[in-house]
Structure formats: C-alpha cells, structure tokens
Ligand binder design. Sequence first.
Ligand code: BGC
Length: 784
Amino acid sequence: MEEIILKKHYNDKITEREIKNSLISQKSAEEGIVLLKNDGVLPLKHNINIALYGAGARKTVKGGWGSGDVNERKSTSIEEGLKEIGYKITTNKWINEYDIIYNKELKKWKQKCKDFVNENKGQYIMDSIPFISPCGRIITDTDIKKSNTNVAIYVLSRTSGEGADRKNEKGDFKLFDEEIENLKRLVKNYKKVILIINSGGIIDTSFLKEIPEINAIIYMSQAGCRGGNAIANILSGKVTPSGKLSDTWASKYEDYPVCINNDKDVINIKYKEGIFVGYRYFDTFNIIPNFEFGYGLSYTQFSININDISIENEKVLLSIKVKNIGKKYKGKEVVQIYISCSNNEQNKEYQRLVGFKKTKLLKPGEEQEFKYIVDMENMKSYNEKIASWILEKGKYTLRIGNSSRNTETIAYININKTAIIQKVKNICNLKTNLKEYKPNELKREDKLNIPTFNLDIKDKDFVKQNKEEDKNIKLVINKLETKELFNIICGAHNPRSRKIKFYKSVVPGAVGETTSKLKEKYSIENIVFSDGPAGIHIKQKYNDNGKKVYQYCTAMPIGVLLAQTWNEEILKEVGYAVAQEMKEFGISVWLAPGMNIHRDPLCGRNFEYFSEDPFLTGKVAGNIVLGLQNINGISATLKHFACNNKENNRIFSNSIISEKALREIYLRGFEIAIKLSNPRAIMTSYNKINGVATSNSYDLCTEVLRNEWEFNGVVMTDWFSQTIGDACAKEAIKAGNDLIMPGNVKDIEDIEKNYKEGKLDIEDLKKCATNILKVIIESNKYVK
Ligand code: BGC
C-alpha cells in the first residue's frame, strides 16, 4: 500500500481529534434540534425517573444509509445520554424486549438482502431494500406501574437512505397503529409525555389532532455520534433549543404539491408545481401546515426590533436588535428576513427567505444589535422570454421575524423600472408540454405607516472575467500522450475487472481516486475521494501486512439537522473538523455537501440535503465548504447537480421542468454556494433534465457553471453514471463534465473509440485534463 496516510493508528485508543470533533458534532446537534411543542413540561427536573419507550430509545438512529453513512467508533443512544447526566430509566424490560424484536427483524432483512444479491448477480445492492425499524410491543399496565414515574418519553425512529424513496405508509411516513396506540396509552397514564422524532426528515403529524395531550414534541432528526448527549442536554435544560425547521411540515402528505401532482409515472417526473416548492406553495396557495418553515420554539422568549433601515448602493441595510425578554433561561434566536417580490409582470411566490442570522447566547434581559445587508441578488427573478435575471418594477414588501409565518412588515421598497441584472442564454429546453401551477390571485398587503424606500436599479452588463491560464499546467498537459489523457479523465479503476462494482482506493473504504498511472513518468500524484456529508465515509479498520489499522471518523449530524442550526459559524466548524479528518487519513476531495432541494418529503436522500429553500441551502452548503477548504489542499464537491429529487429509479428518471423553476429553485442554491465559497468540485446527478442526462448537458456543465457562474473547479460524474445509465463518457467530455468517476474499462474504451472516429477533439480532452490537474496540484499531495 502506498504511504499517503498522514497518521496510521495501529491501536484503537481514542484520539484527541476524535474527542474534539465529537464535541463539535454534539454542539451542532444541540443547535439544530427543533422544539415543536412545549406546554411547559420542558425542561425536565434533574435526576428523576424516566419511562423511556419507542424504537429509538436504545437503537437511536444517528444518520442515513448508503454513501452518506459514517463508520464512527460509537454513537450515544438517547438512553445512554439520559443516564450519563443522572436520569434513571425505569423501563428496561420494554427496551430489552424491543432489542429482541429489532434483532429478529434485522436478521430477516439481512437474509432478504443476501437473497436479492444472489438472484440479481452483480446488481447494485444500493437499489435498496430499506430496513424499517420495528415499533416494538404494546406498552402494558405493568410497564407503566413498574416505571415508577409520571414522566414518559416516546422515541419514534425512522430510517432512510440512498437508492430508495420513503413511502407514505404506516411504519414509514405514517405511524404504525401500535405507535399511535402506545402514545394514547402514555397520555392516559403519565402526567408528562414527551415525543421525540428521530427521523431523517418529515413524518406525518396528522396524529397530533387525535392525541393533543402530548405535552412536548422535539424533532431530534438524526444527530450524529453524540445525538443522545445532545438531546439529553436539551431535555434537562442545560441547552436551550434554538433550531428552526428547514422544511414545511404539512398536516398530511396529501397537502404537498408533489403529491397532488403525482401521475404515477416513474420515468417522466413533471415538476408541475414550478417555483411553488415548500413554503412558497403553502404560503401562496393558503394551505396551513402543522409546523411552518423556519419554526422552532425556545425555553425563553425574544423581542426582535428594527433600529434603522437604509438603502445604499442597491442594497438594503438593516440594523436589528434582539433581546431575551424571558426571566429564566439563556437562549439564541434566529432572525429571519422574508420578501414578497413585485408581481406586476410575472407569477411570484407569496414570499421568499432573503436573509437570516442567529444571535449569540443571550442571558435573560441581554440584547444584541447587528447589521444585516439584504442583497438585491436575492430579490431577482428569471424571465424565460428574454433569457434574463431581472428585478421587476413594483412594490417589494420586507418582513422580519422568527419563522416564515411569524413576521412583521418593516418596509416597502419601490423599484421604478424593471432592471436586467444578468443576461444569459436559455438552457435545458422543455421538449414536452408542461402546465404549471398558477395561483388565482396573489394578494399583496398594503399597510399604513410602513416606511417606504425607492430603489433605482441600473441594468447590468455581465462581463466574464478572463482567467489567466496556468502556464505550468498547460505545459504538463501538452506533454501527455493521448492515451494518458484518457487515463487522467477517468478515475482509477481496477484494471482486472470489467464489473462496475470494483473501484480502487489506497485509503480503505474511500470510494475512488484519480489515476496513479502518471506518477512515475510525470510525478502526477493520485488523489483520494471520500463520501460524506455527515463526516467521512471510510473503513473503520483494515489489515496492513498483518497489523490492524484503525480509521475512526466522526459522525456529524445529517444535512437536515445542520441546516436547522441556521448558524453559519457552527457550519464552518463542522466543515473544518471534517477537513482535519481528511488530512489525517490522506483524503483530498470530499464528495459533499449534498444540496438538492427537498421537493418531496419522501425523497430517500433528503436526510443528506438541507432544505426546501434554495437560499438556506446555498448558505448552509457554502459555509460548510468555507470551513472545509480553510485547510490547505482539501476540496469540497457540491452534489448532485441537479434535480436529484427522488431515489426510486434515479438513474433513469427524467425531471420535466420549466427553465424558470430550474433556475430559481433547483440551481439557485448551487449558485449561492459557489459564489460564497468557491468549491473546487461539483458532481452531476444520475437523472436527466428535460431528456438530457445532467452529466451530458453542455447547458449545465459549461453554460451555467462556467460561463454564468464562473466556476473554475472540476466537474465530475456521479459513480458509474456513464456506464449504467443512458449517459456516456464521450458526451460527458463534450458537455464539460471533466472527470468520469470512479472510472472503468468501458469508459476508457468509449473515449478511445470516439476519439479515433473523430467524434472527440483533442482540445476537449485537454480542457478536462487541465481542470482535473488543477485540483490535483492544489491538493494536500502538494500543498501543505
Ligand atoms: C452517490 C454519490 C456518491 C457516490 C460514491 C453514488 O451512488 O449518488 O452521492 O458520492 O455514489 O459513493
């Protein structure tokens, strides 16, 4: 094995880095957990007896499955977290019996997977058979009596992951009948009942109408390796909850536009809701959710006031004051800024998020003042007819508050003339008819005594910066023989195998690397890629010439929970912690953050992604990347570009979508993250958009990424997408998708054949190789 790992651990002692990073994991979990309901039962008194029930009590789910999983040393369960700070769990019998039921189900599931692999030789097991956590048995009178307490906690757990969507069924999106029955028994028999939701995403909360007596509800999400400690600190009041939802929790699945739209076609997915995704839909069409976007309670209360508003250089400047007006608890508040854009000429959503800031920890009575700039860029809309981003003339309403439905109007802004912000080219043409949703009427408020500002926005000429070519890279690329170009463009595959499942990596468990074939002749190093986003995904242990080597990584909270922190500083810390581990284990490129929009609450991979909102998504991803790339030589990869909004049939699905919705909702987060953090890599997705595979789309890989956003890193394919789907390496190269990952014999053959037939140009190959070489040279193999 090559010696690229910085520090090999030949014993399994806990390292200082593990301890430090697991505390960052815990801190971010504590900031992102959302308190949904509290009638005053929380926080709990210390050292009391607790009757703990439910699937996640001991088998707490720390994250999702698939490439987004992490092989950490250990994760604390809720049971352990509570015990560690002095609570006594008095329902061991129920929990022990749950273990037996769980293990039986797990065994059955493993057998099913084995049978599947045997029957479908070579097929990707990730086209998955999901494991559904059982709910456990009905709680009996004896359980209740023996628990010797009036406080019960019920933990509802759900798993989800890559390759399969969740289902709107009992045991998945909906509750098992037994779970509802158990909750009913608890509210009848205990004075204080707390429900903890330990799932990667939204669940059906319509049962709350049936059981309104539940005293408190916490959305724990999946909180990484210290989740049990984080939730215990929140329950005990050591930490005041400050997370806010990054999605709309409807009162039932049928309320989501994606469900209304569903025409059961698993190939052609029509995005009929257009721009009306998440709260943009609920607010515009007046549908009341159970818990709105941006919502989350605290143990204390805050006042949010505007000190001053002014306009300078086409920007709105706000001076904001937040005060903890509670008497007992410290806490943090998230100030959220929303805008209703003018809808003179085009359909618009009722409102959109254009800014947010989380305060520091405020003591009772303490206040914090800060300035916030709302950039016009976030008020822009796309006009397909003139292929331009515009700021439409008319009245804009600015609101501020602590959730999307708890805001106050603070200003009106009048734009007197429609301005063109950026002229672009039409992309990803729709080839079929798509009838999009249109609201009947769009109300805009008109209140008295609200300050009004006039804003003159000038048309802008976008001038692309001509980046200077790196002469040294050019020299090296010009020296490479054509065959060597093929090698650098395809990742390092296992030459002994033609089967797709073999990829090569010098770091056991990492999912791929660039070629090592150019090392001897040109000293071009191979760099290693590892999955994320909840940390790094490599093997926990391996054998090195008879000696065991340990690679313990930190399981961070899942993407949803990180987004729910709304805390840009913590996100940077998480990114930095991950980068330290990459450096330690010899990894250069992180295949994360994942940042697809939560179009459908049932998407199996929503747990890895952040939100239904592109602004929040872009900011969260961008801050993680800023933290990560702060360590020299470590690169992030934004993925999956774009519209990977479902997992069932993801390789063959075709997202049929208008250019406006594509740009305003599904690409916008990527744009924000790229402009904020300059990531060195992007991964395209498996799906098609309007009939063209994203990896083979010149519009996406070159026109949008490079020409409009001036992205100057490397674009890579998702794994095997050029081999198992309808896409091919030749088209990827022509489109500007530089790196074919993980690379295999078939990809090289495709490139070679097309080159020989004159269908690929040497300059196309060199362009891709140049982008790849740049990331290699900027990696930790060269830069210290
Ligand atoms: C996933 C990617 C992942 C890659 C490598 C694919 O199946 O979609 O997100 O990075 O595998 O594991």
